[in-house]
Design a protein around this ligand. Sequence first.
Ligand SMILES: Cc1cc2nc3c(=O)[nH]c(=O)nc-3n(C[C@H](O)[C@H](O)[C@H](O)COP(=O)(O)O)c2cc1C
Length: 197
Amino acid sequence: MLDKNKEPFLLFDEWFNLAQLKELNDPNAMNLATISEDNKPHSRMVLLKGHSDKGFIFYTNTNSNKGLQISFNDNVALCFHWKSLQRQIRIEGTVNKVEDSTADDYFNSRGYISRIGAWSSKQSSLLESRTDLEKSIEEFKKKFPDKNNVPRPAHWTGFLVSPNKIEFWQDMPHRIHDRLVFEKQENHTWISQKLYP
Ligand SMILES: Cc1cc2nc3c(=O)[nH]c(=O)nc-3n(C[C@H](O)[C@H](O)[C@H](O)COP(=O)(O)O)c2cc1C
């Protein structure tokens, strides 16, 4: 059973480490839910690219739908589901851009075509034909031919989700599952409680 006395970030680490061993693909894939200016929810998958007791980092295009939604409303939710473990982690919090140096370091660790792709893709805009994207990739390859020197586009960065709530869900026999929720208090300590499944 889930231990109420565990520290939430340590429990996250334990589960995430296990998922990295057991999950077939993308153990770091998580659903990101945002709210648009007209108050509608939107969700899609992104990859967790860093985490600590400060929060959970993903990278994206700031001009994408999610990027614009975050700029209107910084409340977001994340959800991991690891089928191999029959476990779910839900996170709610607020989002902020990471430091430029953090985004630069991660951007520079990506492959050349991925870095070129960040320049070439007007993420979430209408694409008339795949050829337009391919042309754009070729243009940016010409503009940045040095594989060791592709600058990070201003419209591409990381976001840190600072959690105020983290819920762990473990599948149990007969669907009598185990749920443990941690909520951050004003004094920055966490309280933990069990929930009915
Ligand atoms: C497993 C998986 C991981 C993904 N990771 C990312 C990511 O880290 N960053 C990103 O911008 N899009 C990622 N995507 C694509 C997004 O789900 C989405 O299609 C894209 O970001 C555009 O979303 P938007 O129009 O809501 O902004 C991923 C998709 C999948 C299926």
